[in-house]
Design a protein around this ligand. Structure first.
Ligand SMILES: Nc1ncnc2c1ncn2[C@@H]1O[C@H](COP(=O)(O)OP(=O)(O)O)[C@@H](O)[C@H]1O
Ligand SMILES: [Mg+2]
Length: 157
């Protein structure tokens, strides 16, 4: 889909939040400036995170307790030296109900399998986004997302 401006990226993040499963893993692919953090921030806001949402560029992970229970973990692996570093963060905890991972390709097999894979790319003044379901939970998530998107478009016109 074409995301014409930052607001459209925010809307996709919000829709992903509203349709998410109890437990979900999202891999966010795309170059620097593609809009990965924008999308993650919008998603976290929609889930009720009210405080500062910092980029986990240096900490690798930021954890957000969610008002509805569980925790969302936002990772940015751009600066990770080796995927094995993830093991030292104590990441395979049951507390994470949502994983949002920027630069997942640098996690080298130390990340959980994504339910959804998002690819973001600069396209003119906007961004091109593609969403691929990897697991059965991801397929169901994507179906709900498409239903929400269709309703939103129908409501807009
Ligand atoms: N659909 C869009 N169209 C135009 N600009 C966008 C869009 N989505 C996000 N941006 C802008 O792109 C810039 C970089 O986004 P960011 O989320 O930090 O990228 P990344 O985390 O992938 O490096 C931000 O200024 C943001 O407002
Ligand atoms: Mg980023």
């Amino acid at each position: 889909m074409l995301l014409e401006d930052t607001e459209a990226t925010n809307a996709l993040g919000g829709a992903l939040a509203r349709t998410r499963p109890v437990r979900g893993v999202v891999h966010l692919h795309g170059d620097l400036g593609a809009g990965k953090s924008t999308l993650a921030r919008a998603l976290l806001r929609e889930l009720g995170v009210t405080g500062a949402i910092r980029s986990p560029t240096y900490t690798l992970v930021e954890r957000y307790p969610l008002p509805g229970g569980g925790e969302a973990w936002h990772l940015d692996l751009y600066r990770i030296g080796d995927g094995a570093e993830l093991e030292f963060l104590g990441l395979d905890s049951d507390e994470a109900t949502l994983w949002l991972v920027e630069w997942p390709e640098r996690g080298g097999g130390f990340l959980p399998t994504p339910d959804l894979r998002l690819d973001l790319e600069v396209a003119g003044h906007g961004r091109q986004a593609s969403v691929i379901a990897v697991t059965e939970a991801g397929r169901e998530w994507l179906a709900r997302l498409q239903a929400v998107k269709t309703t939103e478009v129908a409501t807009d016109s």
